[in-house]
Design a protein around this ligand. Structure first.
Ligand SMILES: Cc1cc2nc3c(=O)[nH]c(=O)nc-3n(C[C@H](O)[C@H](O)[C@H](O)COP(=O)(O)OP(=O)(O)OC[C@H]3O[C@@H](n4cnc5c(N)ncnc54)[C@H](O)[C@@H]3O)c2cc1C
Length: 414
């Protein structure tokens, strides 16, 4: 593994970014990263490892309860239908989560597999079944009756086909975010709990000083804004409603005492891909059996929105449980979270420079599927900021063209 000194030398001998290249840097570049969620935290860590002088800031702390990364757990899977760029990114992310777990010994990645259950339309499954092995990952096709023998806790009625990704599983979300920030500091970066004053006014080709809400400012060579659902408020002119926070409820149901049928050892993470997409994780770090509906909820204010679960949401989760996991039909609700997707119009991520300043990067639009990608996206963004890579066109702001500021229906599972 290259030493920190090698990485620093490498980063300084690069053909520096569009951003950084206009200035002759005699020292490692200073980079401010705003937002210590999955995207900003991993980006900061990767930049610190490559020798940049990183300051990571967050208004409420890594994996805080308002952040999209603030939930208890997040599923990691490589099946993305025809969206093979995400299968590739997820395959890299899986490698990196495994490698970090080995290094950190914290068990953030629970490799319990992921089970896909498809209704009438299984085109997403068929596309995944060829895309996942193309990235070197196994995927098993099961008939519903074979799946029912293997997982008798599940009622497979209405399911036309089943896929099982053995390398998939779930991640301990908020805890991993906290640890990533500890690693940023341990590996040479700085972390501060501070809020950026919104909106951020950028102009004149180069941005040098970032005003904070407390009246001070941070100067830097480059800035990465990974503000999750707050990106629209940070950049109302450039992002605005291109990142729409939507209200999403997550429920935890209590399993019978001593019954391990709904724990990690006996059940994988699962996605029920029918008329709606409903997903969950079994043991879920002892928080209860997790159930969530992926359907985009109403627009939501991530700062002050009401985070109490609704009776109607609980009722439909329970109706689903009764149908798919009948032994849990009367399971008590033992917890709930209200989080938000930070949905881009096409559910693709945003990794691009601000149109008015090439040293300002905007990173977000996780759209309900970004958490797993954290380590891989961190690598990608660090490479872009340091001039080692350019973002794929599907991540660039230009794709929105004249649609800018008007949201369109999302298509996360296309
Ligand atoms: C219910 C739910 C289920 C999900 N399930 C999955 C899943 O199973 N698998 C998966 O891969 N993904 C999943 N996702 C999506 C994933 O969690 C998000 O895409 C990802 O966490 C987004 O990370 P982020 O870093 O962009 O945003 P965030 O985690 O929101 O981080 C942004 C940070 O910016 C900070 N910030 C905001 N404004 C300011 C400011 N002015 N100054 C300073 N700091 C500021 C915030 O405090 C926050 O910590 C799910 C999301 C939700 C809500």
């Amino acid at each position: 593994m290259p030493s920190r000194r090698d990485l620093l030398k490498a980063s300084l001998s690069l053909p520096m970014t569009a951003v950084l290249s206009r200035r002759v840097l005699t020292q490692a570049p200073r980079i401010v990263v705003v937002g210590a969620g999955a995207f900003g935290g991993w980006t900061a860590l990767e930049l610190a490892r490559r020798g940049a002088r990183v300051t990571l800031i967050d208004a409420w702390g890594p994996g805080n309860v308002r952040a999209s990364s603030g939930g208890e757990t997040r599923i990691i899977r490589a099946g993305y239908g025809t969206r093979s760029i995400y299968t590739r990114l997820a395959a890299r992310a899986l490698q990196l989560w495994r490698a970090h777990d080995e290094r950190w010994q914290r068990g953030f990645f629970r490799r319990i597999g992921a089970l896909w259950m498809f209704g009438r339309d299984d085109s997403f499954g068929r596309a995944s079944a060829s895309a996942v092995p193309a990235e070197g990952l196994p995927i098993e096709a099961l008939t519903p009756s074979a799946a029912a023998r293997r997982f008798p806790q599940i009622n497979f009625s209405g399911v036309s086909s089943v896929l099982f990704e053995p390398e998939a599983g779930y991640l301990l979300a908020r805890r991993a975010c906290e640890h990533v920030v500890e690693r940023v500091v341990a590996e040479g970066g700085e972390y501060r709990q501070a809020a950026v004053a919104s909106p951020v006014r950028v102009g004149g080709g180069r941005f040098a000083s970032l005003p904070l809400a407390d009246g001070t400012a941070l100067s830097s060579d480059a800035f990465v804004f990974a503000g999750g659902p707050w990106l629209g408020a940070l950049f109302p002119d450039v992002i605005g409603r291109l990142v729409t926070p939507t209200r999403q409820e997550v429920y935890y149901f209590g399993t019978p005492a001593g019954d391990d049928r709904f724990l990690d050892a006996r059940l994988p993470a699962w996605v029920d891909f029918g008329e709606r997409v409903i997903y969950g994780a079994p043991g879920n770090a002892n928080r209860g059996f997790k159930v969530a509906d992926d359907t985009a909820g109403p627009p939501f204010d991530p700062t002050s929105g009401d985070r109490n679960a609704t009776a109607s949401g609980v009722k439909s989760a329970r109706a689903f449980l009764k149908r798919r996991f009948p032994a849990l039909a009367d399971a008590p609700l033992v917890g709930a979270e209200v989080c938000q997707y930070e949905a881009s119009p096409d559910s693709d991520f945003i990794v691009d420079t601000h149109p008015a300043a090439a040293n300002v990067w905007i990173v977000g639009g996780g759209s309900g599927h970004g958490f797993k990608m954290g380590p891989a996206l961190g690598e990608l963004v660090a490479s872009c900021v340091l001039g080692q890579a350019i973002p794929d066109p599907i991540f660039r702001l230009a794709r929105f063209g004249s649609r800018a500021k008007s949201p369109a229906p999302r298509k996360k599972w296309s």
